[in-house]
Design a binder for this molecule. Structure first.
Ligand SMILES: [Fe+2]
Ligand SMILES: [Zn+2]
Length: 164
């Protein structure tokens, strides 16, 4: 029996300007979160209009929700994300901005049945423009990045309208 992980997928095209914009922030968190990679501030949406088009499209798909935190992560070789969740919000998401199909996947392990090793894990292969939305309690990780190019992802935490 698989743990009840519901992952919804959508496609939002990536504007080429977003990549450079993300890289311009560098690392603003000094690896203080479970994500051990270059990590921007948590609320990019408050400081930078470059992400408005993505945010608008997200809210078109999820009209009863609002993005309350939005950040970007740039993984270079060896960078990874420890297993974690986004408890305290309703939903969380990952949107692949600049990746290739060989980039390390986003993995949702079956934490209720760890003895089954990897057979029940949900494995999300990166694909640019793909948006994956999941429950904030769902545990996930990214193993160390192996490609020579950066693996760039935007992520966020999402509340139900009325809850914030
Ligand atoms: Fe996460
Ligand atoms: Zn790659």
């Amino acid at each position: 029996m698989l743990k009840d992980v519901k992952i919804e997928s959508h496609f939002i095209p990536v504007d080429v300007k977003i990549r450079e914009r993300i890289l311009s922030y560098g690392d603003e968190l000094n690896r203080s979160s479970p994500v051990k990679a270059d990590h921007t501030r948590w609320r990019l949406q408050n400081d930078d209009r470059a992400f408005d088009s993505f945010i608008d499209k997200f809210h078109e798909i999820y009209p009863k929700h609002r993005i309350s935190e939005l950040w970007a992560v740039t993984y270079r070789q060896g960078d990874y994300a420890e297993a974690h969740n986004h408890f305290g919000f309703e939903l969380a998401f990952a949107w692949f901005v600049d990746t290739c199909s060989h980039c390390t996947p986003l993995v949702f392990p079956d934490i209720c049945h760890p003895w089954l090793a990897k057979e029940n894990d949900r494995i999300i292969t990166p694909s640019n423009g793909m948006l994956y939305v999941f429950g904030s309690k769902d545990v996930h990780y990214v193993a160390p990045h192996t490609c020579t190019h950066p693996r760039i992802v935007m992520s966020g935490n999402v509340c139900k309208l009325g809850d914030w």
